[in-house]
Design a protein around this ligand. Structure first.
Ligand code: HGY
Ligand code: MN
Ligand code: MN
Length: 385
């Protein structure tokens, strides 16, 4: 917020706790009130790097600041957003704020989310001093759905190896893969690791292992490299060397750029969970947290990004995003585009995630150019950019 203030942006915090910095530009009466927005997230996964999300928030502030400084006069407000809870780290669900804005999250689903201490999103928001004049999920979401935009463009590291490997400066994202998240729990009777003979056991951890191998098989069976599946979270109870695992809790992430292929893998995992539990005499629960559709970027924005890259003598290529972002939901609200810059070795969601200052500067310049183009300032101004 202090950086937004230094850049002369008007600051607001919405009912979800997302933070907005807005420059309404000249007081010209041709201003169309819906902003050209950019932004990303600053929350992270455990043991994350320093660039995933933060680049899009700080880069967005810098892009708008430099447009202001260059004397650019936008016909629409320019806005940078720090979306709360893009990562599923605390509440299990991804993109909580942009999902609510896009009308893809209802009050009951928000109310069901709890963090590891059993705290709900609303309790956490109130505890952090947000949403104090909204007493429940319904009013919080109703308010979040009031936002309207004329376009949204997010700057992000690629989180993959393509741009660096092909020595390309800028990625113009054409589509964002369809993510889904599942929560599976196997429950058995546990027992003594020494005294309980194998024939009397229903070991929850072995069931989880079988499901994980089945996930890999189902993903590879689509024969497409766009299908990916991960058992990222795996909790065993009582988690003691000499106790037969009584509970196994798994969180499973399945994605594909093609929704039908993603849903095929999801159905195979649903069936496999039931078959494995039955065979191993275990109880089980199987919950689908989200099965989001893929998002298409707006063609004109993809072109503006490529034009901007050219304008600054940068190479660019169009590509898909295999990671999801708040842009996945902003695409359900307005015209969406994403700008990728390379990250070292394609590493991300790791402490050694890295992007160079040159690549960051390139991304910010192309973002500023693209936002200026979308904000419809007088055409001659673009040459000064
Ligand atoms: O998991 C993702 O795709 C994003 O980085 N949160
Ligand atoms: Mn991430
Ligand atoms: Mn991210």
């Amino acid at each position: 917020m202090s950086l937004m203030k230094d850049a002369g942006l008007k600051i607001s915090i919405d009912s979800m706790g997302s933070i907005f910095g807005t420059w309404s530009g000249s007081s010209g009466d041709r201003i169309d009130g819906r902003p050209v927005a950019t932004g990303s997230h600053i929350d992270a996964v455990p043991r994350a790097g320093a660039y995933d999300g933060t680049l899009g928030v700080l880069g967005g502030i810098e892009a708008i600041r430099s447009l202001k400084e260059s004397g650019f006069k936008p016909l629409k407000p320019l806005q940078v957003i720090m979306f709360t809870s893009e990562e599923p780290t605390r509440f299990g669900l991804s993109c909580i704020s942009s999902r609510a804005m896009a009308g893809a999250l209802d009050a009951q689903s928000l109310a069901r989310l709890k963090d590891v201490n059993g705290t709900t999103f609303v309790e956490a928001a109130h505890g952090a001093g947000y949403a104090l004049d909204f007493e429940d999920e319904k009013s919080i979401i109703a308010s979040a759905r009031q936002h309207a935009f004329s376009a949204f463009v997010e700057l992000h590291i690629e989180q993959g190896p393509e741009l660096e490997a092909d020595r390309i400066d800028i990625g113009a994202v054409t589509a964002i893969a369809a993510p889904s998240a599942l929560q599976v729990r196997f429950s058995g009777s546990g027992g003594h690791a020494g005294a309980l003979l194998m024939k009397y056991r229903n070991d929850a951890s072995l069931a989880a292992s079988e499901l994980a191998i089945e996930l890999e098989k189902a993903v590879l069976s689509t024969q497409s490299h766009d299908t990916v599946g991960t058992v990222g979270k795996w909790i065993i109870e009582p988690n003691a060397i000499n106790s037969v695992p009584r509970e196994a809790y798994l969180e499973i992430d399945i994605r594909d750029i093609d929704k039908a292929r993603r849903d095929y893998v999801l159905d195979r995992i649903r069936n496999a969970t039931e078959t494995i539990a039955h065979k191993r005499k275990l109880q089980y629960t199987f919950e689908v947290l989200n099965t989001d559709p893929p998002a298409q970027a707006d063609k004109a924005i993809v072109e503006a990004i490529q034009e901007g890259a050219k304008r600054f003598g940068l190479s660019s290529k169009s590509m898909v995003s295999r990671a999801y972002h708040d842009s996945l939901f902003m695409a359900q609200l307005t015209r969406m585009g994403m700008i990728f810059i390379p990250c070292e070795g394609g590493k991300s969601h790791r402490p050694d995630e890295f992007a160079s200052s040159d690549d960051i500067a390139n991304g910010i310049k192309v973002l500023a150019y693209t936002m200026a183009k979308l904000a419809g300032g007088e055409s001659h101004q673009h040459s000064e950019l």
